[in-house]
Design a protein around this ligand. Structure first.
Ligand code: ATP
Ligand code: MG
Length: 192
């Protein structure tokens, strides 16, 4: 526990000697503010730098257009799957979006079971759970019983309580201000 107050430089080492090492972690980035996916891709970047095998599955984003993060992280060796067929409000067939999410989840569960990658990013997976497209219980079960070397990052608003419960690290992004609310369009290089 860090005992130093925040208004002075720390005088005690914040590193606890009794800390233990674990083979993998579960990280959740949730909340209404910007930064959930970008923080997940920041971890992917670190993992690639450590020669980890990285797999990203995007549950909502379309494979039609390539984002900056997909462009760069695939170049660095990440395996990438945009399983969504676009934004749901563009979707001509909601049922096909749901089917894609189910197929994506089955494949994610396989990665968790086999340990084929050291990092699995499940981007925007919370929506698939809250909309009832995939079972939260199944996700909890697959993560809890995963191959011990697979770290998992889950992103999306309103992370279910059961997911928060099994996670090691949960960050809730707060929407203090967002350009969109001032009528500014998503910016290439910043937002995608
Ligand atoms: P990012 O991908 O930038 O880290 P995010 O993953 O936290 O954002 P998403 O809900 O996945 O947020 O939304 C992705 C897109 O929506 C991005 O273009 C992002 O800038 C934008 N966005 C994120 N949060 C907000 C917000 N509170 N209001 C409006 N737009 C937002
Ligand atoms: Mg996101």
């Amino acid at each position: 526990m860090v005992t130093d107050s925040d208004d002075a430089p720390p005088t005690e080492s914040p590193i606890r000697s009794e800390l233990r090492r674990v083979p993998s972690l579960v990280v959740v980035n949730t909340g209404d503010g910007k930064g959930k996916s970008t923080a997940a891709f920041g971890i992917a970047l670190r993992a690639l730098g450590r020669e980890w095998r990285v797999r990203v599955i995007q549950f909502l984003k379309s494979g039609d257009w390539k984002t900056g993060e997909e462009e760069m992280l695939t170049r660095l060796g990440a395996e990438w799957w945009s399983a969504g067929d676009g934004f749901t409000w563009d979707s001509t067939d909601m049922e096909s979006s749901k089917q894609l999410a189910i197929v994506a989840w089955r494949s994610a569960a396989e990665t968790l079971r086999t340990g084929s990658h050291e990092l699995l990013v499940l981007d925007e997976i919370t929506y698939a759970m809250t909309w009832g497209w995939i079972s939260t219980d199944e996700v909890v079960d697959a993560i809890s019983n995963r191959a011990p070397t697979v770290s998992v990052v889950l992103t999306g608003r309103n992370a279910p309580g059961a997911i928060v419960d099994i996670a090691d690290t949960v960050t809730t992004m707060v929407d203090t201000k967002h350009a969109y609310h001032a009528g500014i369009a998503a910016k290439r290089g910043i937002d995608y």
